[in-house]
Design a protein around this ligand. Sequence first.
Ligand code: C2E
Ligand code: MG
Ligand code: MG
Ligand code: MG
Length: 281
Amino acid sequence: QAKLGGKNNARVFEPDMDAARRFRRALELDLGSALTNGEFEVFFQPLVDARRIAIVGFEALLRWRHPVRGLVSPAVFIPVAEEIGLIGEIGAWVLGAACAQAARWPRELTVAVNLSPAQFRSRDLVGTVKDALLRSHLRPTRLELEITESVLLSDSDGSLAALHDLRALGIRIAMDDFGTGYSSLSYLRRFPFDKIKIDQSFVREMSTRPDCIKIVQSIAALGASLGMTTTAEGVETAEQFAQLQAAGCDQVQGYHFGRPQPVGSMIFDLAPSLIEEPAAA
Ligand code: C2E
Ligand code: MG
Ligand code: MG
Ligand code: MG
């Protein structure tokens, strides 16, 4: 029997660390060829007007169909793509694919695309966006770009200039995951966002923590007074929806209204059962 000294304990964990490093290295290698192998796919999740209870747009959410691992979550591979400098190329592909799809939808619905901070640094973002619009013939007013406050953390002058240029084209800019960062309020002062997306953690905790309802109400009021649209993310139940309607949120998004869907299974109208739902809490 080996002694259980510090040295041996450390050795026990070494294979695991190697496995993690191997997984990471494999992801990096596979990401390098994922685009050319056609392994990426954009899913679309409905954005719903809370008063009319109607679909007003869709958010584009990237999926990676890995030939061996299956569907890999963007939460796993986007950070890796950012670190190894591939997000510019991947992001440009998402913009192109999302705009091309939206141009073929039956109604003039909005398409929302997520942007990484690295996309503001690595290449001509404004040119890439213009290119996607020109190729798809999508009107700029139908495109919404979602950013998190981290975009404004580093190199904020360049990022702010790009955001102003994009907005001047008629594109709307949304602040994603609002309320989770370090200084969300100060970012509202730095850029005239068109939309605030209230992070799903507030919605999730509304039933157990009454404070969360008050926070959501306050963000909705703040957004309204600043002339911004407010969207609540992660709405999973009819009860949450009723509370968010009462709180004054303009839009809702979540599994209650529809999961992110591949292009082939998209439905452009809500189920009648959702529309007939009583609005009162
Ligand atoms: P996000 O932009 O905040 O997107 C919302 C996430 O919440 C999505 O996760 C969506 O599938 C999930 N979601 C929607 N409704 C519900 C619900 O009712 N309950 C729960 N529990 N979750 C819900 P997803 O698709 O895994 O994406 C995760 C994150 O990855 C996104 O967060 C976004 O930050 C990033 N991402 C996705 N696609 C792209 C992309 O094309 N480019 C970049 N840069 N980031 C992306
Ligand atoms: Mg988003
Ligand atoms: Mg979000
Ligand atoms: Mg997020």
